[in-house]
Design a protein around this ligand. Structure first.
Ligand code: AHR
Length: 490
């Protein structure tokens, strides 16, 4: 019997809803086809945005969406994406498949999409190939309230009222696709660019600096040392790859070893977040600067027969567990991790939605986000679970992962993952400082490589979980292999 202890009276940090953020880049079929089909499409839409997709994202309570990249952000010139669509400049999307980008989805369209979903926009500016003036004027264009050259241009393009923009990224992966910079060079550039990212009226920007790739602790240290007073957050990017960058492994065809290796790599997020936070503590002991894990998730080989530049991959129960593990880690580090964006929203990498023409399906990862939405803006509480190691010698992982929170209405939420492919576990949970008036639970479970297809879109789905017994101190239950459970306790 494994013990799960929830100390509900020991309240910790607030779990910012933006930890449940997503990312949409001009890449493959994420924006075009996935989110935006244009006003004249036969696919039901409102001002070009797919109605089925918008409704599913509202249901999942998508809190925040990053755009326009990614690598694309540092090649994006916002003026190309405003004004009459017929006259918008076309460009080649050199990063992603070399396809023609007609810029029919630009600033107005993105902010309309966020309005329809009811989420906060996170705009990523171009530091790699854009000018300081260009970045500064984009902010003026979006947020200036009154008469100014950019506000006038915005009004001419049909939008008199300014938008409210909070989250603003100053460059993306500037150690790589965003300019191949050294940390010293980037830190100086960051200081310069951000100076001209102005707060107009009562709009307040939350400036996000480009942080390290994976375990590049030197980048973290240098940028924090040189620029931390000028930023609100530092980003971190880490992808879970089963094999290596040349052959990342298949999203759907893998054995038990591939399962455990992938989960072990996902668990590496714990070390990254802990060590980067420790460096940040040196320069920012009060944790004013957030760690924004604004790209994370599984990256596998593209589905056979699809454009290699489009990064289209299927999504199995393995992805679901990777999502559950990461979200539990972020919850537990929510004192420092206050933003996270899984890559990417639709049809690209670890997506929550896949589309094919007018068809849409929800992936196992969608169901995890839907189960975990209970933690958004809740307060983390102390939790502990007994674990043992499972998996082959080269990829041993703890069998269980958990996190718990109390929401603003006082309900206790526990999200629990069983990482074992074959073993179920008896759990004896003890709820300290907590009366139980009622319990509701849901479960996501299936074979390790199960996934939804357009022919069978509901193969992997959540179900009500009733196999638990109330005890004097809490509840007892058996968690099946390869599963995720959410308990809601009144
Ligand atoms: O998400 C795909 C790409 O991965 C992004 O464009 C880039 O920032 C990262 O390398």
């Amino acid at each position: 019997m494994s013990k799960l202890i929830i100390n509900a009276g020991n309240k910790k940090s607030r779990i910012n809803k933006e930890i449940y953020g997503h990312f949409s880049e001009h890449l493959g079929r994420c924006i075009y086809e996935g989110l935006y089909v244009g006003e004249n499409s036969k696919i039901p839409n409102k001002n070009g945005m797919r109605t089925d997709v918008v409704n599913a994202l509202k249901e999942m309570k998508l809190p925040m969406l990053r755009w326009p990249g990614g690598c694309f952000a540092d090649e994006y010139h916002w003026r190309d994406g405003i004004g009459p669509k017929e006259t918008r400049k076309k460009m080649i999307n050199t990063h992603w498949g070399g396809v023609l980008e007609d810029n029919s989805f630009g600033t107005h369209e993105f902010l309309e999409l966020c309005d329809q979903i009811g989420c906060q926009p996170y705009i990523n500016g171009n530091l790699g190939s854009g000018t300081v003036q260009e970045m500064s004027e984009w902010i003026e264009y979006m947020t200036f309230d009154g008469v100014s050259p950019m506000a006038d241009l915005r009004a001419k393009n049909g939008r008199k009222e300014p938008w409210k923009i909070k989250f603003f990224g100053v460059g993306n992966e500037n150690w790589g696709c965003g300019g191949n910079m050294t940390p010293e060079y980037y830190a100086n550039e960051y200081r310069r660019y951000q100076t001209y990212c102005r707060n107009y009226g009562d709009n307040r920007l939350f400036k996000i600096a480009c942080g390290p790739n994976e375990g590049n602790y030197e980048w973290c240290d240098t940028v924090m040392r040189m620029a931390s007073p000028y930023m609100d957050a530092l980003s971190l990017h880490y992808y879970t790859i089963e094999k290596n960058w040349e052959d990342k492994g298949s999203a759907t065809v893998f054995d038990e070893k591939g399962w455990y290796i992938t989960l072990k790599k996902a668990l590496h997020m714990e070390e990254l977040v802990t060590r980067h936070s420790k460096i940040m503590d040196k320069y920012d002991p009060d944790k004013r600067v957030a760690l924004a894990v604004d790209e994370w998730g599984c990256w596998f080989n593209v589905e056979p027969g699809t454009n290699p530049g489009f990064l289209y991959q299927q999504n199995t129960m393995r992805d679901a567990l990777v999502a559950g593990i990461n979200l539990n880690i972020f919850n537990k580090h929510s004192d420092r991790v206050r933003i996270a964006n899984i890559a990417q929203l639709i049809n690209v990498l670890q997506s929550v939605i896949l589309t094919e023409g007018d068809k849409m399906l929800l992936t196992p990862t969608y169901h995890v986000f839907n189960m975990y939405k209970c933690h958004q803006d809740a307060t983390l509480v102390d939790s502990y679970i007994d674990t043992e190691e499972v998996g082959p010698e080269e990829a041993k992982v703890p069998n269980l992962s958990e996190s718990a929170s109390v929401d603003p209405d006082g309900r206790l939420h526990i999200t629990l993952n069983n990482l074992s492919v074959s073993q179920s576990y008896n759990i004896n949970s003890i709820l300290v400082d907590r009366k139980v008036n009622g319990v509701k639970a849901e479960i996501l479970t299936n074979k390790m490589d199960a996934y939804n297809t357009f022919e069978n879109p509901d193969k992997v789905h959540t179900e009500e979980f009733t196999e638990f017994k109330l005890t004097e101190g809490g509840l007892d239950f058996v968690i099946p292999p390869c599963s995720i459970i959410h308990f809601e306790i009144d």
